[in-house]
Design a protein around this ligand. Structure first.
Ligand SMILES: Cc1ncc(COP(=O)(O)O)c(C=O)c1O
Length: 429
């Protein structure tokens, strides 16, 4: 079995489960995790010097690839200038102005250090602005690990939630409602029963945390419409899709008008940056202007701000989104062709530079109860077969893969060959 069991054993003695974020432990795919020493372009290099073509890409932030030279230069310059002031500086100003200049719905943005914090803060504003307690979220969407978001659909009453983690109070559970994706009738039931108590609905406009589950634009419009009629806010969680599917993210792609939008991943270029943004009248409720408190010792850290701006500026300058769209489409087509020749072979779901490998399904999968029951066991075989051939996929069956600017045609061609062979191996029980 591949991986680095000796390192993992040492790590497990000093860190819960040996990891600082659960998926890294390979529980979903089995075996010991690989320990990586370096990233370079489209590749990760492990502690033994073995290189892998990477499609995990730090779970999405690295749209330009590992150690992109321009981002590296920006981060070096930031370190040379001192890396934390806890005071006003021009770097977050430049990033905020860049975002506001490109995204009309970003009237204000506040930077934090993770997507979780961005979501948590946006929910707080929604509750303050509406004077209501409840938040509606959707089954299969992930919004970070704030208590209110660690819930899944409960049995019984439509909308009632059950905890997906220990340590969540009954009170918190009662404030979070959960509905299935892609279900207009369920949405109507939740709003009919609870509409006047809902502060906001939060949704990943391109759900990418339980496989890739592209939604019908009409369903998203229906959600926005029910929110408006109920006086609830619409929060788009673009932590993955923001600056990944295109410069203007899913808001731009859908022509939507959410009240608040949360960002993370690509805006920090691989450094710990999150942000929440939206209408001035809502955002100006945040301290020090308003009475919604939110703060952070390392918020808008100059290294993250300068690396983030370098990432976005370069992405826009080289036109990364059409390039990734084209290359990833060619890659996905090659994979689909190869997979089709494998009896019971997988399918590729793609949106821009996001890819998901899944068991065949008769129709587009838009909600989690339509997922194949053997997705996880099949993916574990596929993952290890790919790893043995020098391709590193996200180590969990419901995580999506990403391409980057560093994934050139030759790299993708090599990866396609390896993944088609891996699919063949994984198909044989
Ligand atoms: C859509 C979405 N929202 C929020 C988060 C939480 O972000 P972070 O892991 O930076 O806290 C994630 C993380 O994967 C995410 O995918």
């Amino acid at each position: 079995m591949s991986g680095h069991p000796a390192y993992f054993e040492r790590a497990s003695r000093v860190t819960p489960g040996g990891v600082h974020s659960p998926v890294r432990a390979f529980r979903s795919v089995g075996g010991a995790p690989v320990f990586f020493a370096r990233g370079e372009g489209a590749r990760l290099i492990d502690v033994d010097g073995r290189a892998y073509i990477d499609f995990c890409m730090s779970f999405g932030p690295l749209i330009l690839g590992h150690a992109d030279p321009d981002v590296r230069a920006a981060a070096h310059a930031a370190v040379d200038d001192g890396w934390s002031f806890g005071a006003c500086e021009p770097y977050s100003l430049a990033l905020a102005e860049w975002m506001a200049g490109h995204l009309p719905w970003v009237e204000r943005v506040r930077f934090v250090s993770s997507g979780t914090e961005a979501v948590m803060s946006a929910l707080r504003i929604a509750r303050a602005a509406t004077g209501r307690d409840r938040i509606l979220k959707f089954e299969g969407c992930y919004h970070g690990h704030a208590d209110a978001m660690l819930v899944k659909a409960g049995s019984g009453l439509a909308g009632a939630a059950a905890a997906s983690s220990e340590g969540i109070t009954a009170h918190t559970l009662g404030d979070t409602l959960v509905a299935p994706l892609d279900d207009d009738a369920a949405l109507d039931r939740v709003f009919d029963a609870f509409g006047d108590t809902i502060a906001a609905a939060i949704v990943e406009p391109l759900p990418a945390n339980y496989g890739l589950l592209p939604q019908r634009a009409e369903w998203l419009r229906h959600l926005a419409d029910r929110c408006r009629r109920a006086g609830a806010l619409v929060i788009f969680d673009e932590v993955i899709s923001g600056f990944r599917v295109g410069l203007t993210g899913m808001v731009g792609e859908l022509g939507a008008s959410p009240d608040l939008v949360t960002y993370g991943k690509v805006i920090g270029g691989g450094f710990p940056v999150g942000g929440y943004a939206g209408r001035a009248d809502l955002m100006d409720r945040v301290a020090p202007l308003g009475s919604v408190y939110q703060a952070g010792t390392l918020s808008a850290n100059p290294v993250g701000m300068r690396a983030g701006l370098a990432t976005l500026e370069k992405a826009a300058r080289v036109g990364v989104w059409p390039v990734l769209e084209e290359r990833t489409a060619v890659f996905a087509a090659a994979l689909s062709k190869g997979f089709a020749a494998v009896p019971g072979g997988p399918e590729v779901v793609r949106h821009g530079s996001l890819l998901w490998f899944r068991r065949p399904a008769p129709a587009p999968v838009r909600r989690i109860d339509a997922l194949a029951p053997d997705q996880a066991s099949w993916y574990a075989r596929f993952f290890h077969a790919a790893l043995r051939r020098g391709v590193y996929l996200p180590p969990a069956a419901f995580e999506v893969s990403f391409t980057s600017l560093a994934h050139d045609a030759a790299t993708l061609d090599t990866a396609a060959g390896a993944l088609i062979e891996a699919a063949r191996e994984a198909a044989a029980p």
